[in-house]
Design a protein around this ligand. Structure first.
Ligand SMILES: *Cc1c(COP(=O)(O)O)cnc(C)c1O
Length: 425
C-alpha cells in the first residue's frame, strides 16, 4: 500500500503537512499562460527568488553612488564579492571553503579545470565519461582531447546503457574503469544525468578512478542544489556546476568550481591564469610572474560579475535557511508522489503507457523524472503546454519533469497528473 492518495484533497493535505510549503511564495511563479502555471523545469532554469531584485538593486545603487570606488566602498565590496558566496556554496557541495570558488560560467570552468587535471601522456591519455553526456560537456571533452593531439574516437570512452535499457549500470562504469586502467587519465561524469535523471554513485566512481590511476571530476549542473554532495569526503579531484538550474540564480548565472584541497594547495599545478587568481595581498602591485592564490580561488581569471553574483547570493541565502537535508527530504517525497501519480494514470489508461526511465531507487535520483510516453507523441506534450505545464520535451517521446522542493507543491504534482490523464485519453 502506498502512503499516497491520488486526489486533490490528498495532495492538499500533503501540502499542509509540508514544513517547506511557505517557500513557494518567496519565488515568482511565471504567469505567461492563460492557465495557472505548473512549473516543472527548475532543472533547466530555476525560478526567481523575489528578493533578487533587492540584492541587485543594492549593487546598482552602489555603482551609481561610488563608481569605481565601489570595489572597496560598496556595502559588499566588489573586490571581494565572490568571497561572500563561498561558504554557502561550499555547504551545498560538501566542501571546505578553500576548495570552492564562484566564478566564470560552467563550460569555461570545465575547460579551466581540465587544463589542470587532464594532462595526457602517451601511455595515459583516455577520458571515461557517460554516453549521452550533456552536449556542452561532449564538446568540451572532444576539444580537450584534440587540443592535446589525440583522436576523440580513440581517447574518449563512453559508458552506455546496455541494449534495451535506459540507465547506465553502475557496475558497467566500474568495469569500464578497470578495463581501461592501463591508459586512463581522467574520469569525467555528470553527477546527475540531464536526460535520464540518473544520479551516479560519485564516491565509488571516484575510488575506482583513483585505483585505476586516473583523476576524477564531475559536472554537477544537475546535482548542485538538488542532491546531497560530499565532494571533500568523497575525495573528488575537481568539479564544476552552474547556478541557474536548481540553484535559482538567473539565466547564464555564475558557476561554481571545486578543487580538492590535496590539489588546491599545490600552486605548481599548471593552469591558465588571470589576475583574479593572483595572490590577492599583492595583486595590485601588478608584477609579472603569476603567483596563484591558495585553493580554488587560484583558478579565477577575471574580476567578479557582481550583478550575477548578487542574484546568486539571494538564492544561496534561501538555501542556507532551509538546508540541503530538509530540502532533499521533501524532494524525495515530492518526486515519489509524482511517480505514484504517473503510475496511477498509466495503469488506468489503455491508450498510453507512461514508463518512467529515471531510477526508482531514491539513492539514484534527484528531483527529476523522465517519462517515456509509449503510444503518444508531441500532441500529448502540446496538450500539457496549452494547459499551463512548463516541462521539457525530447524527441521522439520523452517528457522531463522536475518538481522542485523549494517552490513546487504536491498540488502541482496532482494537477499535472490530472492533465496527463486527460491528455492520454
Ligand atoms: C546546463 C548544463 C551545462 C551548461 O553549460 P553552460 O556553460 O552554463 O552554458 C553544461 N553541462 C551540463 C551537464 C549541464 O546540465
Amino acid at each position: 500500500m502506498s502512503k499516497f492518495i491520488f486526489s486533490e484533497a490528498g495532495a492538499k493535505e500533503l501540502d499542509q503537512n509540508d514544513a517547506l510549503s511557505a517557500y513557494r511564495d518567496r519565488f515568482s511563479m511565471p504567469d505567461f499562460t492563460d492557465h495557472a502555471c505548473i512549473y516543472f523545469t527548475g532543472n533547466s532554469l530555476g525560478l526567481k527568488p523575489k528578493v533578487v531584485d533587492n540584492y541587485i538593486k543594492q549593487e546598482l545603487n552602489d555603482w551609481s553612488k561610488y563608481g569605481v570606488e565601489g570595489h572597496f566602498h560598496a556595502k559588499n565590496p566588489w573586490f571581494s564579492y565572490h568571497e561572500i558566496l563561498t561558504e554557502q556554496a561550499a555547504r551545498i557541495v560538501g566542501a571546505k571553503n578553500k576548495e570552492v570558488v564562484i566564478t566564470h560560467s560552467l563550460t569555461t570552468n570545465l575547460h579551466l579545470l581540465m587544463v589542470s587535471f587532464y594532462r595526457p601522456t602517451k601511455g595515459r591519455y583516455k577520458i571515461l565519461c557517460e554516453a549521452k553526456a550533456f552536449p556542452s560537456d561532449q564538446y568540451a571533452l572532444e576539444s580537450q582531447v584534440k587540443f592535446h593531439g589525440y583522436a576523440p574516437d580513440d581517447a574518449i570512452i563512453e559508458v552506455a546503457p546496455r541494449d534495451g535499457e535506459h540507465l547506465i549500470r553502475h557496475e558497467d562504469i566500474l568495469d569500464a574503469i578497470e578495463a581501461n586502467k592501463a591508459d586512463l587519465a581522467l574520469v569525467m561524469i555528470g553527477g546527475v544525468n540531464y536526460y535520464s535523471g540518473q544520479l551516479f554513485d560519485m564516491e565509488s566512481i571516484t575510488r575506482a578512478g583513483h585505483e585505476a590511476g586516473a583523476l576524477v571530476g564531475f559536472d554537477l549542473a544537475h546535482a548542485a542544489g538538488n542532491v546531497i554532495l560530499k565532494l571533500h569526503e568523497w575525495q573528488v579531484d575537481f568539479a564544476a556546476w552552474c547556478s541557474y538550474k536548481y540553484l535559482n540564480s538567473g539565466p547564464g548565472g555564475v558557476s561554481g568550481m571545486f578543487v580538492h584541497e590535496k590539489h588546491a594547495n599545490s600552486p605548481k599545478l599548471p593552469r591558465f591564469a588571470g589576475w583574479w587568481g593572483y595572490d590577492k595581498s599583492t595583486r595590485f602591485q601588478m608584477e609579472p610572474g603569476f603567483v596563484p592564490m591558495e585553493g580554488a580561488e587560484g583558478w579565477q581569471l577575471s574580476n567578479a560579475p557582481v550583478i550575477s553574483m548578487a542574484a546568486h547570493k539571494a538564492s544561496l541565502d534561501i538555501f542556507d535557511e532551509v538546508g540541503m537535508e530538509k530540502l532533499r527530504a521533501k524532494s524525495d517525497d515530492l518526486t515519489a508522489y509524482l511517480e505514484f501519480c504517473i503510475e496511477k494514470v498509466s495503469n488506468e489508461n489503455a491508450n498510453c503507457n507512461f514508463e518512467i526511465i529515471t531510477p526508482k531507487n531514491l539513492a539514484e535520483r534527484g528531483a527529476q523524472l523522465s517519462i517515456l510516453c509509449h503510444g503518444k507523441g508531441k500532441e500529448l506534450f502540446d496538450y500539457l503546454s496549452d494547459n499551463g505545464v512548463v516541462a521539457d520535451w525530447r524527441e521522439p517521446n520523452v517528457i522531463r519533469v522536475a518538481p522542485v522542493p523549494l517552490y513546487n507543491s504536491f498540488e502541482d504534482v496532482y494537477q499535472f497528473a490530472k492533465l496527463l490523464e486527460q491528455a492520454a485519453r
